[in-house]
Structures are given as C-alpha cells and as structure tokens.
Ligand binder design. Structure first.
Ligand code: ADP
Ligand code: PMV
Ligand code: MG
Length: 360
C-alpha cells in the first residue's frame, strides 16, 4: 500500500518571533508544497529496514528494524492518538542514529529534519519496515516554513495509516482530512517542529495543517476570512540560516533587556491585530477604499520590519531588498525567521494596474 500526502508552506504577514513570546501573528499558506510518499514493505519485498529518501538532496538513509528495536524499546504502535512527549532516551537514541549517518558537512542542517522523521515514524508505526520519500517545492531554511510542511505532510501520511484517522485508502486521488483529523495531524506535527526549531510558537504547523489565513496568539489559532486580496512578491535572498538559532538569539536578547523587548512584542501584537482587522473588514461596513487599506498595510509592514530589526533578525541582504523596493515606493518586510531567507513586498492594486497597462 502506498500513501502520498502533501502540506503547504506559508508566509508570515506580521508577527514572526514576537509570536514565540505571546504576541499575535498573521500567516497565510502558499501554493508550494512538501510531498511525502509512504510505502510499507510487503513480505515479497524482503526488506527488513526503514528507508528514508530525501530526493531533492540526493540523500538516502536506511536503518535495520533490529537496530531500531534495540534503540527504541518503548516504541510500539501508540495506544492513544495523542503524541507522547519527546523523552531524553529518544533524543539520545536519535542522536546516535544521526551520528552514524555521516551526513556531508554541507548538508548537515538536514540532521534535524531526519531526527524529526525518526521520532514521528517510530512513535506512530514502531519498527514496521517501509520506504518514505520526500520532495519539496519549498526552498529549505528560507522562512517559507519548509520544516512545518515537512512535519505536517509526514504526520498526515503516517496517521492516515492508523485507526485514529480512518481514511478510505482504497480511494484514488487526493482526500481532505476532517477538522478533527487535522487537529491530530497538527498536534503530531508540532512535536516534530519542536525537534527542528527548539521552541516553535506553533503558527507554522497550524497554517500548514489547516491552510488559508490564520491569526495566532499564545498557542491559539483563529481562522480568518480575508475580505480583500493581497498580492505579495516573495524575494529569496538565498542566504541560508537556521530558525532554531535565530529564535534562540531573540530569547537571549529578551533575557538581557526584558522591559525593552516587552514593548517591542507589544507593538508587534498591536500591528498584527490591526492587520487582521483590515483584512477582515467587509466592503459593506468599510469606510476605507482598497487603496487606503493597502497604504495602511504598507505602513504596518514597515513598522513590523523596524521592530524585527530591533530584535536583531534582519540581514544586509534583507536591507538591500528593502532599499531596492523602496525606490519603487513599495513596502517590504522579512518573513519567517529572517537572518537571510525571504522578503515580502506588497504589490498594491495600482502597481498591478500599471504593470497590466505595460503588458498590453
Ligand atoms: N524536505 C525536507 N527534507 C528533510 N528535512 C527538511 C525538509 N524540509 C525541511 N527540513 C528540515 O527543516 C530545516 C529548515 O527549517 P527552518 O530552519 O525552520 O527553515 P524553514 O522552515 O523556514 O524552511 C532543514 O534544515 C531540515 O532540517
Ligand atoms: C520565527 C518564527 O516566528 C517563524 C519561523 O518560520 P520559518 O521556520 O523561518 O519558516 C518561529 C515560530 O513562530 O515558531
Ligand atoms: Mg521552520
């Protein structure tokens, strides 16, 4: 039996980092996906191992089921649908498995993804021999939530093959999970994100699991209904960085300057709340035109970017993109963890109109 699952990446419109410290953030899913294919071995395969294929990286890993049994003696098929906590023993076992892989230095950042894979797989399916393959349309480590989409897609494929999520696996084509099943996928994916990110807020896995646009605060998600469409240009600076290290850096700054950072996080909270209000306001009760709304959003993006700078997560390449877009009077902000990665630029309706005029 083969199961394929996919989960989208995301952009954070406002509130990254501050959301880890309890502020509101707004995020939307994007149509770039991570895909996973899961195939349990049959007796005729004669395969007594768990195989992981990371197609984009050209990396294949394999672990014998006897080795997994020895290292994860407590792993059996879960009795409860809820994820267990990541134990110190599991962390040590995974570390020893990763050390044995000899991952090339240039690709060492993949190790945290492989760790999350090993934990999710063994916690849900124990030592069952299988082959699991991944491909992704998302650039890794660029702020578009590849880590969360990796965890959500994997959790979805693994749970689809359990009694906790009863999908009709004989049916061909894509099937959508129900809200209750998504809740479960999201909980497991969050545990995977913890292994990759250290201290995630949960916004990335939530928007990847449920899609559309959400606001998020202190672990609670609100589905939003945006009543205006926004066109965002995404520029990838191609400067690699690691979310875990950037999140830890902001936490250290917060420890050094708790009062000042509390003001920064409060300001971000207000920005995200105002953005959510603008996006959700209905045409019938609007006093503002689309252009006026866009101008407000541009200002909020600029303020959010300034606050991200004060958290220490901008980068010279991000500043270059900001300066370049500003020449055309366009507002930009980093998205995701920053330190490189991607920048968002709002393309207002008037600009789109000018571009259309040019192209005819
Ligand atoms: N397709 C994938 N295969 C293996 N690991 C992945 C994959 N996608 C993401 N990851 C893991 O997530 C990490 C990137 O996550 P992160 O630093 O949070 O950046 P982002 O989530 O913005 O892409 C990678 O270094 C890797 O460990
Ligand atoms: C910085 C943060 O707000 C978002 C990180 O997103 P990404 O991994 O850079 O795509 C962290 C989090 O909310 O868990
Ligand atoms: Mg991430």
């Amino acid at each position: 039996m083969e199961v394929q699952a996919r989960a989208p990446g995301k952009i954070i419109l406002s509130g990254e980092h501050a959301v880890v410290h309890g502020s509101t953030a707004v995020a939307a899913s994007i149509n770039l996906y991570t895909y996973v294919t899961l195939r349990f071995s049959t007796p005729s395969d004669n395969q007594d191992s768990l195989k992981l294929e990371l197609k984009d990286e050209g990396l294949d890993f394999s672990w014998s089921t006897s080795k997994l049994k020895e290292l994860f003696p407590e792993s059996t098929e879960p009795q409860s649908p809820k994820p267990p906590s990541f134990s110190v023993e599991s962390a040590k076992s995974i570390e020893s498995l990763i050390e044995g892989l000899n991952i090339p230095e240039a690709k060492i950042s993949i190790a945290s993804g492989v760790s999350a894979f090993l934990w999710l797989y063994t916690s849900i399916h124990g030592f069952k021999p299988a082959t699991v393959s991944f491909t992704s349309e998302l650039p890794m480590g660029s702020g578009l939530g590849s880590s969360a989409s990796f965890c959500v897609a994997l959790a979805a494929a693994l749970l689809a093959c359990t009694d906790f999520v009863s999908l009709d696996l004989k049916q061909q084509g894509w099937q959508s999970f129900q809200e209750r099943q998504l809740d479960l996928v999201n909980k497991w994916a969050f545990e995977g994100e913890k292994i990759i990110h250290g201290k995630p807020s949960g916004i990335d896995n939530s928007v990847s699991a449920y899609g559309n646009i959400i606001s998020f605060k202190s672990g609670n998600m609100t589905h939003m209904k945006a009543n205006m469409s926004l066109k965002m240009l995404i520029t990838n600076t191609k400067v690699g960085r690691n979310t875990k290290a950037l999140v830890a850096g902001v936490s250290e700054r917060t420890l050094r300057h708790p009062e000042a950072m509390a003001f920064v996080f409060n300001a971000v909270d207000s920005i995200s709340k105002e953005l959510a209000l603008i996006l959700q306001s209905r045409a019938s009760d609007d006093v503002l035109s689309v252009t006026e709304k866009e101008e407000k959003i541009e200002e909020l993006m600029e303020m959010n970017q300034g606050l991200l700078q004060s958290m220490g997560v901008s980068h010279v390449t991000i500043e270059t993109v900001l300066r370049t877009t500003l020449k055309y009077k366009l507002a930009s902000k980093l998205t995701g963890a920053g330190g490189g990665g991607c920048v968002l630029t709002l393309l207002p309706t008037c600009i789109l109109f000018i571009l259309l005029q040019w192209s005819v």
